[in-house]
Design a protein around this ligand. Structure first.
Ligand SMILES: CC(C)(COP(=O)(O)OP(=O)(O)OC[C@H]1O[C@@H](n2cnc3c(N)ncnc32)[C@H](O)[C@@H]1OP(=O)(O)O)[C@@H](O)C(=O)NCCC(=O)NCCS
Length: 146
């Protein structure tokens, strides 16, 4: 089930965040800011039938477009289609709404994420030099058909 992230999800979410991003991981404060303060911020979780949180996604919901800010799946649950379900949910939401496109930024060396986004029709739109300190990033995007 995909639902809005709640504060009580944070212990599980932070474990996934830390194992996924190491020293670049968001803190509880970063998640709370997106959930409660940023007017454009949205956070959703993927909850298994047994109640465990095994993935989540963040995005900024603007009138005509959305930008993915965070996406991660628990290490032992990867390659089972959870990120795909989150992205399918998002593209369907966008197609029902007013988004014309979805964009995101990804590290140039994050090949599995780039493969995932390509599978969902995202293309590299620009290279962002030193976007991640010493590492370049890619701006990727896809249009939504309505
Ligand atoms: C990237 C990530 C979110 C993918 O989540 P996932 O649930 O394992 O992805 P899915 O099972 O839905 O995979 C969908 C497709 O993505 C691509 N993909 C996913 N993992 C891959 C890997 N390790 N190697 C190559 N391609 C991969 C494949 O095209 C895959 O389709 P396939 O299984 O039919 O070949 C997950 O690996 C993760 O949390 N990584 C750490 C955090 C991160 O890098 N997030 C993205 C930041 S921009």
């Amino acid at each position: 089930m995909i639902r809005a992230m709640e504060e009580t999800d944070l212990p599980e979410v932070l474990e996934i965040e830390n194992e996924s991003f190491g020293k670049e991981a968001w803190t509880a404060h970063d998640f709370l800011y997106e959930m409660n303060e940023n007017p454009f911020g949205r956070m959703v979780v993927y909850e298994e039938e047994n109640g465990e949180i095994t993935g989540y996604m963040g995005y900024w919901d603007y009138d005509d477009r959305a930008e993915i800010t965070n996406l991660a799946v628990r290490n032992d649950k990867r390659r089972k289609g959870i990120a795909s379900r989150l992205l399918t949910w998002m593209t369907e939401l966008g197609a029902d709404g007013d988004w014309e496109n979805i964009t995101l930024e990804v590290r140039e060396k994050n090949e599995r994420a780039i493969a995932l986004y390509r599978k969902f029709g995202f293309e590299i739109l620009a290279r962002k030099r030193n976007y991640y300190g010493a590492e370049d990033g890619y701006l990727m995007g896809r249009k939504l058909e309505r």
